[in-house]
Design a protein around this ligand. Structure first.
Ligand SMILES: Nc1ncnc2c1ncn2[C@@H]1O[C@H](COP(=O)(O)OP(=O)(O)OP(=O)(O)O)[C@@H](O)[C@H]1O
Ligand SMILES: [Mg+2]
Length: 502
């Protein structure tokens, strides 16, 4: 039996096996150049017809139809009593017989109920739980491509991890368990096939704090969902390890003496920081909690930057800031609501018909309605996830370019927005201040100062982040160069190996 590390990230996921000497990266996405990484988004879809509505919904509709038929029978009876001659009476008594037969023909009533229910049903009307129970799953690039090609055929869950700490009712929790179980099972089976070993144990990374506003209750819920999903995926043993601590275990193997290290992991959904005593003598010890000097973390990842970049640099080309006839600006909440891809209720509200009507009404009282038309297209065609993804691409490109032109042709033909590094820098300032505050908090909580700095996570590739942390805030700390994407998962794999070889 083998144990693997799984980095179930907000943006990307990875699975790695450590054999005591070497790391083996499991290939998860055949459509990507770096096939050991896979997008964490899931597209759940239907190739053909939508599933039948649940039995209780059909039965309710049947009752509804039966009530209507009973009313018709009562009316026919009334007409029968009021009829003037036997011939007329006969017509009504035949009608009553027909209606009674209809009332008791259950199969025909069910067929009629289903027909009525399916007439206007779209994927968006299905609950998440129904979708997970009856839809097909497409992961990684394949799923994202399918979503771009046929968005009406299914629903894209952009970052399942973002919802785990949020307020979820029982059905939604069950839906996330089912959805993540499918992803973890795919990782486990891929690992088994590529390693030629049965895989039954996983050490899964966890942020210090999950995304959500519910504190410990949210964190406990998230771990509970992940545990149930892992068990459903066939892992009989599951452990969780804070992501920055996992990254620390990876770099520990390259140290030649005891060193206190500050690890800053800035991912897509959260920033997680730890100060930890590392020691080459302890690389195979299992219990390391006493070496952790301090940990901090919050829901402050790259996606927040993507949304801020939309609000600062793209929304002004969609009508943000326009004045209405009463002198007030167009409600700025239109644009923050448009970006709420990690808040299901808010996003559903944005996609509602009433919201569309409100935007359309606002369009009639501004001077340049053409710009707001773009917002309306995003609203009507439910393009929020696609727009946030475009903004993410813009941010990533600006790590290696001074300026770019971002095509948004799926919103309007020839619609393009130019964005440069100054724009990105400005949009990141308040986010950076919060990241730095989190670093300070971790330093204050630690009883010993760090001697080395290690920055990891995809956002560590941003020159703006690097400069602010390495050159401005922590300029006295030597920096360990490491991998932005793999360190967490490699550390998780080391822990999994130690767990399996106790
Ligand atoms: N070259 C780049 N420049 C700037 N940002 C980048 C670059 N490459 C990736 N990113 C950003 O890094 C983030 C993803 O990082 P990572 O893969 O570490 O996150 P994750 O592990 O999925 O998320 P989390 O750890 O928060 O759950 C995204 O916001 C992405 O846009
Ligand atoms: Mg991560």
């Amino acid at each position: 039996m083998a144990a693997i590390g799984i980095d179930y990230g907000t943006s990307n996921s990875e699975a790695v096996y450590f054999d005591g000497q070497q790391h083996h990266f499991i290939k998860l996405d055949p459509l990507q150049d770096q096939s050991n990484k896979i997008r964490s988004s899931v597209f759940i879809y239907y190739e053909d017809d939508l599933p039948l509505p649940p039995t209780e919904v059909i039965e309710n509709k049947v009752l509804h139809i039966q009530r209507a038929i009973t009313d018709q029978i009562e009316k026919a009876k009334q007409s029968y009593y009021e009829a003037q001659d036997p011939r007329e009476q006969r017509i009504y008594s035949d009608k009553i017989d027909d209606l009674r037969a209809e009332l008791h023909n259950k199969p025909a009533l069910q067929r009629r109920a289903i027909q009525i229910l399916l007439k206007d049903l779209t994927v968006q009307d299905l609950s998440l739980q129904q979708l997970v129970e009856t839809g097909k799953f497409a992961f990684g690039e394949e799923g994202f491509k399918r979503y771009l090609k046929t968005p009406e055929k299914g629903r894209l869950i952009y970052s399942p991890k973002n919802f785990l700490g949020a307020s979820l009712v029982a059905g939604q929790q069950q839906a996330f368990v089912g959805m993540i179980a499918k992803q973890l099972e795919y990782f486990r089976i891929s690992a088994q096939n590529q390693l030629n070993l049965p895989v039954d144990t996983a050490v899964i990374g966890r942020p210090v704090k999950f995304h959500g506003t519910r504190g410990d209750a949210g964190n406990n819920q998230a771990i509970d969902i992940m545990t149930r999903a892992a068990q459903m995926a066939g892992f009989s043993q599951v452990q969780f390890l804070e992501e920055p601590i996992a990254a620390a275990y990876k770099i520990e193997r390259s140290l030649d003496k005891d060193t206190n290290v500050l690890v800053v992991d800035i991912g897509g959904g959260t920033t997680d920081i730890c100060c930890i005593k590392l020691s080459p003598q302890k690389v195979s010890n299992l219990d390391r909690q006493q070496d952790v000097l301090s940990v901090t973390g919050t829901r402050l990842g790259g996606m927040e930057c993507d949304k801020n970049l939309i609000v600062k640099s793209i929304a002004p080309t969609m009508g943000q800031g326009l004045q209405m006839q009463n002198g007030l600006p167009v409600p700025p909440t239109y644009f923050t609501d448009m970006c709420a891809v990690d808040n299901i209720p808010k996003l559903n509200q944005f996609f509602s018909e009433e919201y569309g009507l409100e935007i359309a009404q606002t369009m009639s009282i501004v001077k340049e309605p053409k710009l707001l038309q773009r917002l309306l297209v995003v609203q009507e065609e439910k393009l929020s996830a696609r727009l946030v993804n475009s903004s993410r691409l813009a941010k990533e490109l600006l790590s290696s370019k001074n300026a770019i032109i971002l095509p948004l042709h799926y919103i309007e033909a020839e619609y393009e927005v130019s964005i440069n590094n100054d724009d990105l820098n400005r949009s990141m300032q308040s986010w950076l201040r919060r990241v730095k505050r989190l670093v300070s908090e971790c330093l204050e909580k630690s009883s010993q100062p760090p001697e080395l700095l290690f920055i990891t996570g995809g956002m560590s590739l941003s020159p703006i982040v690097k400069k602010e942390l390495q050159e401005v805030m922590l300029s006295d700390l030597p920096v360990i160069e490491g991998d932005a994407f793999n360190s967490v998962c490699e550390g998780l794999a080391i822990r999994a190996f130690n767990l399996d070889n106790r």
